[in-house]
Design a protein around this ligand. Sequence first.
Ligand SMILES: NC(=O)c1ccc[n+]([C@@H]2O[C@H](COP(=O)([O-])OP(=O)(O)OC[C@H]3O[C@@H](n4cnc5c(N)ncnc54)[C@H](O)[C@@H]3O)[C@@H](O)[C@H]2O)c1
Length: 394
Amino acid sequence: MLKVAIIGVGTRGVKCFGNMLKNRKDCKIAALMDTNPVRLRLAAELYDNPPTYTDLNEMLEKESLDCAIITTPDAEHESCAVTVLNHGVNVLIDKPLATSAKGCQNIIDAMKKSGKVAMMGFNLRHHPVLKKMKELIDEGVLGKIFLMENREFYDGGRTYMSRWNGRKSYSGGLWNHKGSHDFDIFNWFLNFPKPVKVAAFSGMNVFRPENIPFELEDGIPVGPRCRDCHYLKNGVCKAGFQEEFEEWGDEAVKHDGYIKDSCMYMSDLSTHDNGFAMVEYENGARVSHMECFVCGMSDRIYTIAGDKATAQISLHNRSIRITDRWEKSSMTYEIADTDGGHGGADPKLLDDFLATVRGERENKSTLEQGMISTSIAEAAELSKEENRVVFLRK
Ligand SMILES: NC(=O)c1ccc[n+]([C@@H]2O[C@H](COP(=O)([O-])OP(=O)(O)OC[C@H]3O[C@@H](n4cnc5c(N)ncnc54)[C@H](O)[C@@H]3O)[C@@H](O)[C@H]2O)c1
């Protein structure tokens, strides 16, 4: 029975990891840690009240833990992961590893000193469609891959634009927070060649005060929170949160002022709502990742070109279509749904981590790989800010 702690009991910590751990027979939630005591208390009630802590060092000193799962906002990953590893505890760090390459390196240094398992939470690698695609690539079905693109559409953009995710100081920017998933899939498909050049074009075209998509009534401002907003209540605003947005309610908000439903048009966002990021690798392969947070659908759509065949993928349709270059024939794989979050990927990520901690599997989702995707994301942010191509150091 592995004793597991969750650090950061927000949406991901509870709705994903807490709920999965609760139903497993091979481990138990041994402790919870969060800087907000209200979220902590309410989360503990869901799991038969394990010990709770607002201080990470205190938890690590008092509890004898096998592993910890870090699901704090991205900017806190570095200090939490270093502290956990310095206490000799195995750790799963949800993506992205950190908000800078330097931060990633600090975690890697702590991991090396500790000799413990430290794994990246790259759940997309466990998505059945992408897993199947990786198998086909490794079998050589596409031949040598030289070009890839993906287009990510995110319905409504709310999670990213209404809370910390859209603020660079918390997430390192959306190329890191969101794109680190996608850059990792490219790196994984290509078997991790070194990225050498990054260029990004991105901006905030829509979620600005001047783009509010309805007429304001005299003297009645929008927001600031969806739940208080006159225009949402009147059904004029279609963009905001219609449902419950803070799982822990106002009591938690009162404690730290962290709200999850600030108006997307009026927020002090410091990131993009759309853009392209391109990467060139030392083996000559090129990739492009598009992010669009202003749309009425959610999907990741890929094209992967190899010298033998081309693949087209839709995660939403759970399909892979391979077209042979010479025969012009096509083969379509329809991949069945599996249970669990993110298309069935989340339970497989947890299985993988626990099996690796037990020594039953090799760690194939390493911090070094996490650092590569954050380095690409950091370069994409720099490219956009400085309006130039960024060359990554060898
Ligand atoms: N892999 C995925 O598909 C996926 C999906 C969603 C989120 N995530 C990642 O999960 C993490 C959490 O995201 P979320 O949406 O659950 O955020 P959230 O805001 O809902 O929860 C974060 C929690 O961390 C707590 N916290 C803040 N600073 C802390 C600290 N220093 N120590 C301990 N707790 C602290 C907050 O009080 C909050 O309860 C992020 O890194 C995000 O990138 C990954």
